[in-house]
Design a protein. Sequence first.
Length: 738
Amino acid sequence: MREEKVTFCRICEPLCGLIATVDEGRLTSLRPDQDNPNSKGFACTKGVGMHLVVNDPDRVTVPLRRVGGPGEFEPTTWDQALGDIAARFARTRKQRGADSIAITIGNPMSFSYSAVIWSKGFQSAIGTPWYYGINSEDAASRIAAFKILYGQCADMPFPDYRRTDFMMIIGANPWVSKGSLVSDPRIREHLTDVVERGGRVVVVDPRRTETAKAFEHVAIRGGTDPWFLLSLLHVLVKRRLYDRSFVQQWTTGFDQWLDIFERFPPEVTEKFTGVPAATVVDLAETIGHAKAAVVYGRTGTCTQKFGTLTNVLQDFINIITGNLQRPGGWVFPWSPVPMAEIARATKLDTYDAVHTRVAHLPDSYGLLPANALADEITTPGKGQIRAMLLLASNCVVTSADSNRLADAMEQLETTVSLDMYVNETNRHAHYILPVTSMYEREDVALPYLDKLTRPSLQVTEAVIDPIGQCRPEWKILDEIARRMGLGSADSTWAQRQLARVGLRVSPRATADLLLRIGKSGDLFGLRRSGWSWRKLLERAPHGVVLHEYHPLGPLEEKIDTPDGKIALADPRVMSEMARLECEDAASADFPLRLIGMREMKSHNSWMHNSARLMPASRQLTVRISPADAADARLEDGDIVRITSKTGSVEVPVTVTADMTQGTIALPHGWGHNGGWKRANAAGGTSSNHLASSRPEDLERLAAMSILNGIPVRMERVSSSQAVPHGAIPSAESASKPL
């Protein structure tokens, strides 16, 4: 029987509404939901192609047990796998201590509320402090800046561009991503609206991105964002274009910056950034005179050498111009579910609270940096990682200097992966356990409800039954914990004891409770207009928009510092500022700067096995400017070697006027060697081979991997043939290097 079922996408943050077609229990297609009040009939090519991932013949659908070298597995039973895994973890925990076991999570898992909650519960049940994640390649510096400035990072401000007159986007490409730490499936429409009502949208980026092509583009040299932001602040202060009364009422330490700003006039920073002084003055004047203005940055400004400082400086502009918690500015969100309040009350919104054992690197929102894993596995001593649980993680591809981590993984006594594929990381595992896809489980996007530009709610039932022997992560974790004698994968001792006698609270009951006690909940019948899981399914299966704009609460409720003010001169930030002033941006050995880039048909490393997204014609190439190509005598399709102080990769060239001279761009997530045939056949190489995971090479305050602004050189390789699977042959000859 053919059915159509209402659901929503959970690949990334916009959560676009979808209609799933199910034929005889098989998901056959997905299309945008025209009746979804938030996405209004939009869905990207990745979302509507997800059924190909669900039905992928390369997908893992039975438990796998390793029988030889990396990637050599055979099917096994759930009972055998769970029994051996529990025994291995229990033995390691008893003999070496709870801190010898680590958990590492990846991006896809964060979109399953039950997997997130139960993974933290599993951590608590085991008693390990080691909970690693992809924040070190994503948002750790953004979270650190929030915590440093506002004393908390549970309520994360976002750009209220639907009510702004001026928006500056730096290091983000929302035309492709639809936003990050701000979620908007209609972001193209809403940004265009800014211009149509007489405002401006300016995109600051080394590449003329898809977003930059739609608006005003300011070209900047890769990795020089803090100099540019300091020059903007110089003009704002010098020309008294800031809100002095707001600064006096809500901040401390502003005066300590006056001499610093004085040292960064745009005429001086121009030689670092490539941004003309006149452009800086124009932008500062526009920001200073706008009724409402906002600066927004994301991955590009996070994953660079001064990532936390850069994010702090972005916020400085929003703060000193009085655009904090102002309609059209940098606003704290409203959420129907009290996730932020719970995180703040229970001190889960941490930064610099837990540290890695070897290099003492800080956590960010409870996630330790995955770039530390190689040292944590290979360095002897108490707390050395000897067993690891991987949850949708492919950190060998996504982390910096990934060859080091791949070698280290082979030293673990036990590695267990919960995933949909055999990938470059879990090919080193002892067991791979098959998990349900987003369409084989019920869901509500609890962690992302406060990021939607139009506050909304939607729940979904499973669209199809689990394929093969796949199980949801929470059930697997619960069973491993039970077999280890821990009761369950729950966060509290009391819950684990109740589980021993069969008393359990399901994920759905937990989510329903949070919905019902929230600001739009039905309070168990006391608020008749409120919502519960059941009411959402029955009355609003396509979702419901709760507010057209975020209601803005009192600013004092969002600042959680001892004196209730924003600390502009935190010692950690001032230390980074002093380090930046000693920075020499020039390098004769590595004259170019490498940045990453987001591709329309790619999402990190896990969607490269889809025929829709990875046709045979698709190829990994490095983008370079015509000027750089001419200097190195390069043409489209030539093979170049890109070298950093950490490693080298070889890739074909695409010459494009979209690139700023002196900066080259290489997409991440390529270079596969797992159990996915199409991804493997695509070839390419991991750009993260060029990034260092050595502690001394990481961003100082948040331990970010430096993936943007990497100093590199480039030279032409004589062979014109594509390099298979990231192999790096020796060059027979090369022309002039850049």
